[in-house]
Write a protein of this length. Structure first.
Length: 210
């Protein structure tokens, strides 16, 4: 192993360990202590500071993470294809099963949710997936692992965890090929909101209030 690869390997292991600890603490604060926001706010601040620090020190890092717009033309079609297929499935479910229509203020969520979904996609893809790949794991193994972790992070809501794991399979597969976070985050936000309204028949604001 080269001298240059050793620090990269240590950084990858360190980031994965820190993120695993973050997820465990999040589940404890959310489900045991019922202090979700009290944990999330400082957690987001600390991780954001770290990410900004890394991007300022290593300029090409943002593009490697997928924070870019230069590949929208190539990444757009597969992301749009997955979005269209998932949207059609959600719509059919809503029409068959029934349930309330979208509330009048749903547009606010569709505007704001992409910010939160971008943070989630960044954690899943740029921190977990990219570091697993850097450590030498095969992509065929990374995809189910990332999807399972994304689902587990939404426990104890098993239906939501299942939907997230399924979506994580598609999103991670796309990310490994195209490295495009903004469009993935937008797709994640809008499909997630619709899944809450139409499938789970719950208010998506529960994500932040409970």
């Amino acid at each position: 192993m080269s001298d240059q690869s050793c620090p990269e390997r240590r950084r990858a292991l360190g980031e994965l360990g820190a993120m695993l600890l973050t997820v465990v603490l999040f589940l404890v604060f959310k489900n045991v202590l019922h202090l979700k926001l009290q944990f999330l706010i400082p957690c987001v601040v600390v991780w954001t500071a770290y990410v900004v620090h890394r991007m300022l020190r290593v300029r090409p890092l943002a593009a490697r993470w997928g924070i870019r717009l230069d590949n929208v033309r190539s990444a757009g079609p597969p992301i749009l294809g997955v979005f269209a297929a998932a949207f059609a499935a959600l719509l059919v479910w809503h029409l068959v099963v029934g349930g309330p229509a979208l509330p009048a203020d749903a547009w606010i969520l569709f505007l704001l949710y992409p910010v939160w979904s971008f943070l989630q996609q960044f954690v899943l893809q740029a921190i977990v997936v990219s570091n697993l790949e850097r450590l030498g794991f095969a992509r065929i193994g990374i995809v189910p692992v990332a999807a399972a972790l994304f689902g587990l992070a939404h426990l104890p809501n098993w239906p939501l965890a299942g939907l997230c794991a399924l979506a994580g399979l598609a999103w991670t597969t796309i990310y490994l090929r195209w490295r495009q976070l903004p469009l993935l985050a937008l797709s994640h936000a809008w499909l997630g909101a619709l899944a809450f309204y139409w499938v789970l028949q719950r208010d998506p604001w529960e994500l932040f209030n409970h």
